[in-house]
Design a protein around this ligand. Structure first.
Ligand code: ADP
Length: 582
């Protein structure tokens, strides 16, 4: 996407706030206008007083000075208030907009962007767009309005003077920033690079000190740090010179404008075309008007930052969701069965298949286990069932209809998942349970917790169901988390239950207990159990043994044990491990 279209998309995002933005900018303009008015009328009073007029002549200008003095403060206050209001509203909108775009991408597409700092980058990028209005859009607008005001003030005296003023203002507002950007164009990047290198070298030096000493490399390392520091000094000195130049030039421009205006005005006064009293007025008005020019150099800098941030965000937002909902409404499931027919799946066309020709039938109320070593493709099967990824070859039927013909939400509504990592949100026990069913009554919550055998534990917490748990809250044990997950699944009351390594993080005894609890309270549900730990599998109707994406064995626990294949080996291995552990 090029700069221009990124810019206009960004403008599109802030459009809903157009009215407020215009209001804020107008208030900013009014502040500057008050400043101009204040200095101009003051100058008028002083010049006029020198001619010893009657005091009556000065009444109005004195009242105006008072008015401008007060209004300037009030306008500034109101402008700050509205500008921040706009910025924060914009921020709130951007966050929601981005989250909405992000959600359908999870997790299939998001993985492509996965880099350690994705989240930090997104947060920083969204925040940096907050400045888009205050520092990028508003200043040029205010500068233009100020220019118009100055025309209204100067042109009646002399159009030439107004033209000269415009020229200097453009030079100060556009010329100076462009010049400094040109001078520092490679410097900024280089500075960032050297700073990063220096940081790494310093950290290396401290953390690797022992090794550096052992290999007698400390002198060389010190030399490197010194060289980098010196380079850094040089770059910073150059940067300081350029910044100094910019500050100096900006100040110079103010006086250039004053001098140029005087050069035009003084002959006018001599020729009798202009009242000398207004000379000081012109000078002071010009000086005050440059307040509108000051933020202009920042515009370029922030524009660049905003565009870069926006480009990164748009790139994520524009990613095509990996799974699309069908245009037609979801079918009504005939029953709660799952059937896979010659299912083959690759994450990327170039990848080896994660599933090959997998077929199975899981009738309503049936129990099917999928086992296999890690990397066999078990989680892939869950990803497909939950419609996180779309399959192309083969079929999955849910309730007798092709899974793809369901909307993602509708398919997920039919299934509860208890996985290895039960995520507890930062909230109360109740909040975390309500996740499964936001409108559940207290009785329902307690009933679910009782059945999951976690009610007593919850009641023993300081605030019962209102105890804060989650991220920064109370630490629950693995078994307690999984019981909460079971309670959640019970609350959701979906007809199909998927256990995705639900007990993998628990020790053997708790694992037994949890599995028993699950089988007991979920007896009537269709159940798909994904596991690499062979616990409680004597209760399931059929076990599929996956290896490298293929079904290599299938049958009941007993049958598989007699087959002397992979299942048997996994079983014996596990028994040995358990024997050692116990
Ligand atoms: P299991 O759950 O049995 O440990 P997985 O279903 O996670 O196995 O993995 C099966 C294969 O698919 C593995 O080779 C794995 O590298 C690959 N795989 C899993 N997730 C992804 C992904 N998001 N992108 C690409 N390949 C993946």
């Amino acid at each position: 996407m090029d700069q221009r279209s990124t810019f206009w998309r960004l403008v599109g995002l802030v459009k809903p706030f157009a009215k407020r933005m215009v209001l804020a900018a107008s208030l900013g303009m009014a502040t500057i206008a008050s400043g101009i008015g204040l200095l101009a009328t003051s100058a008028y009073i002083i010049s006029r007083s020198a001619l010893h007029p009657s005091i009556a002549v000065l009444h109005v200008p004195i009242a105006m000075v008072r008015f401008f003095g007060i209004s300037r403060g009030l306008f500034r206050y109101a402008e700050r208030l509205t500008a921040h209001d706009v910025a924060f509203r914009l921020l709130a909108r951007l966050r929601v907009w981005f989250y909405q775009a992000l959600e359908p991408l999870a997790p299939a597409r998001l993985l492509q962007f996965q880099s350690g700092d994705l989240l930090a980058r997104i947060v920083a990028d969204v925040e940096s767009l907050e400045h888009f209005y205050v520092r990028v859009l508003a200043p040029p607008f205010i500068a233009l309005m100020t220019l118009a005001l100055m025309w209204a003030l100067l042109a009646p005296f002399s159009v030439t003077m107004a033209l000269v003023f415009t020229l200097v203002m453009v030079l100060a507002g556009v010329g100076v920033p462009v010049l400094t950007r040109y001078l520092s164009r490679t410097l900024g990047t280089r500075l960032v690079q050297v700073r990063a290198e220096l940081n790494t070298a310093l950290v290396d030096g401290v953390q690797g000190e022992a090794d550096l000493l052992a290999y007698g490399r400390e002198e060389a390392h010190r030399e490197r740090v010194r060289a980098l520091s010196e380079e850094m000094d040089r770059l910073q000195a150059r940067m300081a010179r350029i910044t100094g130049l910019q500050v100096g030039l900006s100040a110079f421009m103010v006086y250039l404008a004053v001098a140029a205006a005087l050069a035009v005005a003084v002959p006018l006064v001599h020729g009798g075309h202009m009242n000398g009293v207004y000379l000081a007025v012109v000078v002071m008005a010009i000086m005050a008007s440059f307040e509108a020019v000051m933020p202009l150099p920042g515009v370029f800098q922030h524009l660049e930052g905003s565009l870069a941030a926006a480009r990164r965000l748009f790139e994520i937002v524009d990613a095509e969701p990996a799974v699309k909902d069908p245009p037609t409404p979801s079918p009504e499931p005939r029953d709660y069965s799952i059937r896979a027919d010659r299912l083959t799946f690759r994450y990327r066309p170039s990848d080896p298949p994660a599933l090959v020709d997998v077929s199975f039938t899981l009738p309503e109320g049936g129990k099917l286990a999928v086992v296999g070593p890690s990397g066999a493709g078990k989680s892939t099967l869950v990803n497909l069932l939950l419609r996180f990824w779309d399959y192309e070859e083969g079929h999955i039927y849910l309730g007798g209809h092709e899974l793809r013909s369901y909307h993602q939400d509708d398919a997920r509504r039919l299934m509860s998942v208890i996985s290895q990592n039960t995520y507890l949100f930062n909230g109360t026990v109740r909040d975390n349970l309500l996740l499964a069913k936001p409108d559940a009554t207290d009785e329902e919550i307690v009933a679910a917790a009782r059945r999951a055998r976690i009610h007593d534990m919850i009641m023993s917490l300081p605030d019962g169901y209102d105890t804060w748990i989650g991220e920064q809250g109370l630490r629950l044990s693995g078994g307690q988390r999984q019981r909460l997950a079971i309670a959640r699944a019970l609350l959701k009351d979906a007809p199909i239950l998927i256990l995705d390594e639900a007990t993998a993080s628990l020790d053997a005894l708790v694992e037994q207990e949890i599995m028993e609890a699950i089988f007991e309270v979920m007896a009537d549900r269709t159940m798909l159990i994904i596991t690499h730990r062979l616990v409680g599998l004597d209760r399931v109707d059929e076990i599929l043994v996956l290896s490298h994406g293929r079904v290599v064995e299938r049958g009941t626990h007993r049958e598989l044990l007699t087959q002397n294949g992979l299942y048997r080996r996994m079983w014996e291995h596990q028994r040995q491990v358990l024997a050692i552990a116990l």
